[in-house]
Design a protein around this ligand. Sequence first.
Ligand code: F6R
Length: 240
Amino acid sequence: MKIIVTNNLEELSLQAANLIIEQIKTKPNSVLGLPTGHTPLIMYQKLVQAYVTGQVSFAQVKTFNLDEYVGLPRTSPDSFYTYMRQNFFDHVDAKPENIFVLDGTAENLADECANYERELENYGGMDLAILGIGQDGHIGFCEPGTSWQSRTMVVTLDQTTLEANAKDLANSSVMPKEAITMGLGTIMEARQIILLASGESKREIVNKALKGEASEAVPASILQTHDNVTIILDKEASGQ
Ligand code: F6R
């Protein structure tokens, strides 16, 4: 596990974007796993800048988002689909047919999960998954107690996640209590993983996930058992 401590979120974002660009340069049709949330916002800005200035093209890249709320249509301002379009997809040359985001309004969510796994497998799995971390240690929306073998599934969100994420919702939306997420088993098959954490509120969980016992009680601790993980922290999250 490689741990990079940066001075601030700006630097963290630049480092993350550079690793993604490097991956795409090595393999232009890379398959990426992508997160939403606050932490990667500037990273997406850096990727957009890199595209606009001709440093990278996403034309052949395939993207699979980690998760989505159950019950929010894609058109909702709070769906992760909308987040991805607004912050990234609409500003780069990613092709709609190469963009995969779970549909939390699918009539049959079990089928939606199985299809997502199949689609990912068809493309050879993820070359690189970028993750954030929740204050309870979740990655994707795999909350504490999630099986390390889990595959894409419907989950009930923990109270801490509901509270953290409800703040961001447009007032027209009711906070979804469930989500659809890649499983820990799915995420761990990514050939390379980058985890990003910023701010003091993540310090304690980052410390537990990286240095504590690897167990299902702290989902992100599973990363200790992956052989190609880079953790990018800012000073606040690292405690340095
Ligand atoms: C979102 C996701 C979550 C977030 C995590 C941290 O797609 O997979 O695991 O990465 O909740 O969110 P922020 O960055 O808002 O603190």
